[in-house]
Design a protein around this ligand. Structure first.
Ligand code: WT7
Length: 709
């Protein structure tokens, strides 16, 4: 919830940055309990000294040493081809071995994964490390024997939240095949675009999965994906289809002979087979994860084997405070980086028990997560603010009804309002759990900003200081450093690389350099990391105590429920509708989702507006997925534009959010602004939308929107 203030919206909009800082300092500290500190993996402040700048980059040896190497590395960080950093060079290892095989000796009968199906009457499935080993080996044998995939090639997955997904990921890792999991909620077309970009010959999917109690037809998306990939010139040779319910087929879409295969039908040939893990160079790619940015095409973030695995293992140990006998539940989807790092690779590398839940947290009611926690004895809970807001809204008193006790909780993916944080702490955590607010991105592999749970106090709404071995600075547009406690915001950058950083954008190294390094690079020829600050594309400010407050994206990415949606991707989908001449996507502040999307549409001459709003929404669902469905589609006579013809997104974003539109005198057509404002805002009020004052962080997002081009 936004802080109420008695200033008018207009005055808030003009609040100086110094006032903002004063406002933010109002949040007090919360301290971890003595009980928590007593058991924490990091409870001695000497760890900060070990990871201090004078020990960088060798400090990361400590993370590398958490892994089992086939061959030890000779160079911790190689900067010779900056900014394409290489970590643990000379080292060889296998990620699947590290997450599975190495635990067999002591922990073969420990649960590796506990899968909770969405239907509450269905049995929980416990997969021990031994069983995981068997399944990973069998699926690796199948990939080897039944597909043409070779080490270094890409397999695309479009899988829901079922244990077959981590099994398939680890099977790829075993063979050095690069996996590219596309979020199951994305459309077939979106999946197809990613298949084409990564040139995958194989798609791994499932016939259906449960969502809201209903078995969804998911295989139909595979057909759309394969068709879209073909349009873009890539032929998918095989589609491997898992069945959600054995012996049944959840989809209406026919299996294409010679292309589509049920995994359960081909598996008998590979039952009980073992496959030697392939010893991979540390810098071999482990996976690709697509994410959105300023331009239309999603970016395939390529992550390494050694650096990535070391980083997620180290941060899981110290920041997630995972111990081998914990029951750790990260309620993210494995289709996002959070799930890769903190459901699969980090927790399994540490040999703990990782819980996976198939469905939506409020199914069948808002007590579900707490029943799961009670039943399984969950010790750690990890989720996004959007879920916390939903659970608070629909079931504020539910946590108290269940007998569970979290020791540690995480929030990730978007800023959390202090009010929401306090509910999380008091009601969900029962005042006992230590919370970390972790700031990072798909590109980063693991956390960048977080408190060290036993050593730093928590401050609601701030992620805390930077994590071990990560040295941020906030820069203004001229590259001048903005000091902590100055009350000013700027662009948060990381001064040197860390092992989890992505290696490049798949197939587009120039875009990699341009997006993340060009802005603040001091010398393009330099091989000194000091000359290459990583530009995170987030606005932030640092309080005098060193804690960072993340304001949100500066690259026109809209963060809906913690999911990154690119403005350009939304707009390109909208203009695929026949009647649409121009489209602009803007964020509107939403009490549950953080942001929601609103589309502004100008029609081609001679086209009727009838039904265009629904066509636009449907096209966005088809091209991207249901997560991107706009809250509203506004059809306007003309877009506000600069004299050079650029759509002024900050003006329409202000209208959608009932905030001051600011200076419009330099527009080519300032007269349209009032017409749009009147139309949109009176419609909103007529539909019961209550304009509310925005917090400073929310205002910053709206006022700065559309400036990335
Ligand atoms: C963007 C990255 C991190 C994994 C899941 C999202 C925003 C992320 C926080 C946080 C405020 C946050 C940033 C970032 N963000 N964590 N704790 N507080 N904002 O990964 O989809 O790549 O999104 O999410 O704006 O750039 P992603």
């Amino acid at each position: 919830m936004a802080k109420k203030s008695d200033k008018s919206t207009e005055e808030v909009g003009q609040a100086s940055e110094a006032q903002i800082a004063v406002h933010w300092r109002e949040e007090g500290y919360y301290f971890p309990s003595a009980k928590f500190i007593g058991q924490a993996n990091a409870s001695d402040p000497a760890i900060f000294e070990r990871f201090s700048e004078k020990n960088y980059p060798e400090c990361f040896k400590e993370y590398g040493d958490l892994l089992t190497w086939d061959k030890y590395w000779h160079t911790t960080l190689d900067t010779s081809n900056a900014p394409f950093w290489k970590w643990f060079v000379g080292g060889k290892l296998n990620a699947s071995y590290n997450c599975v095989d190495r635990h067999l000796k002591t922990d073969r009968n420990k649960a590796a994964i506990i899968f909770v199906p969405e239907l509450e009457d269905d049995d929980t499935e416990v997969i021990t490390y031994q069983e995981l080993y068997a399944r990973v080996n069998e699926f690796a044998a199948l990939l080897q024997g039944f597909t043409s995939l070779k080490t270094g090639e890409v397999a695309t997955f479009h899988m829901p939240m079922v244990p077959e997904l981590p099994v398939a990921m680890l099977a790829c890792a075993r063979l050095g095949i690069i996996h590219s999991q596309v979020f199951g909620g994305f459309s077939g077309a979106a999946c197809g675009g990613r298949i084409a970009d990564s040139k995958s010959k194989v798609l791994v999917t499932m016939d259906g999965y449960y969502r809201g109690g209903v078995l969804q037809d998911h295989k139909v998306k595979a057909d759309e994906a394969v068709a879209r990939a073909l349009e873009e010139g890539v032929v998918v040779e095989k589609v491997l289809v898992f069945r959600r319910n054995p012996g049944e087929y959840a989809s209406k879409s026919p299996m294409v002979p010679g292309r589509d295969f049920f995994v359960d039908e081909i598996m008998p040939d590979y039952k009980g087979k073992l496959v030697e893990p392939v010893s991979m160079p540390a810098e071999a790619p482990l996976f690709i994860m697509y994410s959105s940015g300023t331009t239309g095409k999603p970016k395939g973030c390529q992550h390494s084997t050694g650096g990535y695995l070391a980083y997620v293992t180290g941060t899981s140990k110290y920041y997630q405070d995972i111990h081998p006998d914990d029951t750790y539940w990260c309620a993210a989807d494995i289709g996002w980086i959070t799930g890769h790092s903190y459901i699969v690779y980090g927790p399994l590398s540490l040999g703990t028990t990782s819980v996976m839940y198939e469905g939506i947290p409020t199914y069948p009611d808002a007590g579900r997560p707490w029943r799961i926690a009670e039943r399984l004895g969950v010790t750690h809970f990890h989720t996004a603010p959007t879920t916390i807001r939903t659970l608070r809204k629909v079931g504020p008193d539910e946590p108290a009804k269940y007998n569970y006790h979290f020791r540690h909780m995480t929030t990730v993916g978007e800023p959390i309002e202090p009010d929401v944080w306090r509910w999380y702490h008091e009601s969900v955590g029962k005042g006992e759990a230590t919370i970390v607010d972790t700031w990072w991105q798909t590109e980063n592999g693991g956390f960048l900003g977080s408190t060290m749970p036993a050593l730093h106090p928590m401050k609601p709404g701030s992620c805390g200081p930077a994590v071990l071995g990560v040295f941020p600075m906030i820069l203004d547009e001229n590259g001048e450093e903005v000091k902590a406690g100055s009350g000013k915001a700027g662009n948060i950058c990381i001064r040197g690389p860390w092992p989890g950083i992505f290696q490049t954008i798949w197939g587009d190294p120039d875009r990699f350099v341009a997006t993340y390094y060009e802005k603040y690079n001091r010398n393009k020829k330099s091989t000194d990391w000091h000359d290459w600050p990583y530009f995170a594309n987030d606005g932030a400010m640092q309080a005098a105590d060193g804690y960072y407050r993340i304001l949100g994206r500066v690259d026109d990415v809209i963060n809906v429920s913690g999911h990154r949606l690119g403005t350009k991707e939304l707009e390109s989908a909208a203009i695929m509708v026949d009647a649409v001449a121009e489209a602009a996507a803007v964020p509107v502040i939403d009490d549950i989702r953080g942001h929601a999307v609103e589309m502004y549409i100008a029609l081609k001459p001679g086209f009727s507006p009838d039904g265009v709003d629904e066509q636009v929404s449907r096209m966005i669902e088809t091209e991207i997925g249901k997560v991107a469905r706009p809250k509203s589609v506004w059809i306007v006579a003309d877009m506000p534009k600069t004299r050079s013809g650029k759509i002024m997104r900050r003006v329409i974003a202000s209208i959608s959010n009932f905030t001051d539109v600011g200076d419009i005198t330099t527009l080519a057509n300032p007269e349209v602004v009032e017409d749009i404002r009147h139309y949109v805002q009176s419609e909103k009020v007529a539909h019961g939308e209550q304009p509310r004052e925005l917090s400073e962080a929310e205002l910053a997002t709206i006022k700065g929107f559309g400036s990335a081009e």
